[in-house]
Design a binder for this molecule. Structure first.
Ligand SMILES: Cc1cc2nc3c(=O)[nH]c(=O)nc-3n(C[C@H](O)[C@H](O)[C@H](O)COP(=O)(O)O)c2cc1C
Length: 198
């Protein structure tokens, strides 16, 4: 079984909803299973510590999850046009993997949620790709053969899946947003399988 890591941070739940749809897409491909992981919030008080197990939701990720999985879907809410600090903090702990080239050649895809339509989905998605490119990962987007990329009036980009959650982050995923999340997970899993056949 190929495990594909769905690693995300979510404060209000929108990115969690997207992660679950991406996992559905991953698991629609024979021989592929999603490993869903999150990261703890970071605190302005340096000494503050969180429990190692979250109160609810998926477990916190470790760098072993990245090493063990055959591919990665990375998700974050948009924060001022960029990924959220907790996810960046986690990625900043991956130099050991970078030194060993552990992620070179693994496929990866990114997803994000914003409150507003023009609030920086593309910039966030592109910025999330940067550390993955440094790791030598193979970045996947969404092709326009996914025609909901054209018909959507909310989220959905060729750079990755996205969602417009509204000012209180309570808008549910639209049909197009859901389908594009599933398509991204499926494409990621199909790429993992295709790379193994080489
Ligand atoms: C510090 C901070 C910065 C934010 N920056 C943006 C932004 O640049 N553009 C935007 O549309 N929404 C922004 N938001 C809103 C979140 O991206 C949005 O609520 C998102 O859907 C939250 O995802 P979640 O439900 O997974 O936590 C920001 C929220 C916070 C707390």
């Amino acid at each position: 079984m190929n495990e594909i890591l769905v690693l995300y941070y979510s404060r209000y739940g929108a990115t969690t909803d997207m992660a679950q749809r991406i996992a559905v897409g991953i698991e629609s491909v024979a021989g592929c299973q999603a490993r869903i992981r999150t990261v703890p919030p970071v605190s302005t008080v340096c000494e503050a510590t969180a429990d190692t197990i979250p109160d609810d939701g998926p477990p916190y990720a470790s760098t072993d999850d990245l090493q063990e999985c055959a591919g990665l879907a990375l998700g974050s809410p948009t924060r001022f046009g960029n990924m959220a600090a907790p996810l960046k903090y986690f990625l900043d702990q991956t130099s050991g993997l970078w030194l060993g080239g552990a992620l070179i050649g693994k496929p990866a895809a990114v997803f994000t949620s914003t409150s507003s339509l023009h609030g920086g989905q593309e910039t966030t998605l592109l910025s999330m790709m940067l550390p993955l490119l440094h790791h030598g990962m193979l970045i996947l987007g969404l092709p326009y053969s996914e025609t909901e990329l054209i018909s959507t009036t909310s989220g959905g980009t060729p750079y990755g899946a996205s969602h417009t959650a509204g000012h209180d982050s309570k808008l549910p995923l639209t049909t197009e947003e859901k389908n594009l999340c599933t398509a991204l997970g499926k494409r990621l899993a199909e790429t993992v399988v295709a790379l193994q056949r080489r």
